[in-house]
Design a protein around this ligand. Sequence first.
Ligand code: ATP
Ligand code: MG
Length: 254
Amino acid sequence: MEDLITFDKVCLTYHTKESETPVLSDITFSVGKGELVGLVGPSGCGKTTILSLISGIIKPTSGVVLTGGLPPEKCDISGYMLQKDELLPWRTNMGNILLGAEIKKLDRQKTREKAQALLKKYDLAGVEKHYPSQLSGGMRQRVALIRTLVLAPQIILLDEPFSALDFQTRLQVVGDVYNMLREEGMTAVFVTHDINEAISMCNRVAVLSSKPCRIKKMVDISEFNGIPPSERRLKSRFLELYDEILTTMQNDTE
Ligand SMILES: Nc1ncnc2c1ncn2[C@@H]1O[C@H](COP(=O)(O)OP(=O)(O)OP(=O)(O)O)[C@@H](O)[C@H]1O
Ligand SMILES: [Mg+2]
């Protein structure tokens, strides 16, 4: 499998006038094309920082980050999906979907056609002229993901995309987003606080420590490849994997 993301001995220290904060220490991992890798770990450990390195917003202090074989700032192949959908209330749903394409000066007509096809495919036909406030939380997340998909990224970075949703909606949206990522053959890195969600969606889950952040363990979930989230939760192995991740998170000596 071709690697789309590689981290080799990556360290990152944030410098301010008063202090230096070592955040990442010796992070090495790779993500293959079409893989979905989860990041779980304590608040403030450096999960968003890892996504920022993949997107090229920041550069490592030492070590190497590559996406598609190149430094991320040179290839622009990733798209972000954030905690809040950040749809602009004064723009229609289609206006929101086209926003990134406008900024990137992509062909408006082609992007619109692609958006329309995705809206139809993901059960949102007819919402183009409506405003985000007229949609349910789950629909908003799908519109937000379509906004990212029309930019044709090779990598999608999801930073706790479901944490603002209520439990019922969340279960539904986890299934929807999983389907959309798989259908579109996306490679994704998924940050979450929720171990259930990580096991429901991912092929592998990196359990992170804090201060500074290291990978304590990379938990393999490939036995669930191709199985949708709602079915994974019913497997007896699900609980064992949950236990393995939780124990690793709680174990300070690993
Ligand atoms: N621009 C910055 N300058 C200095 N320190 C920063 C900066 N951004 C983040 N940090 C620090 O780096 C550490 C990691 O932050 P990061 O946002 O990556 O954590 P996180 O795992 O995403 O946390 P959360 O789960 O709360 O979202 C934190 O201690 C944070 O205070
Ligand atoms: Mg974060």
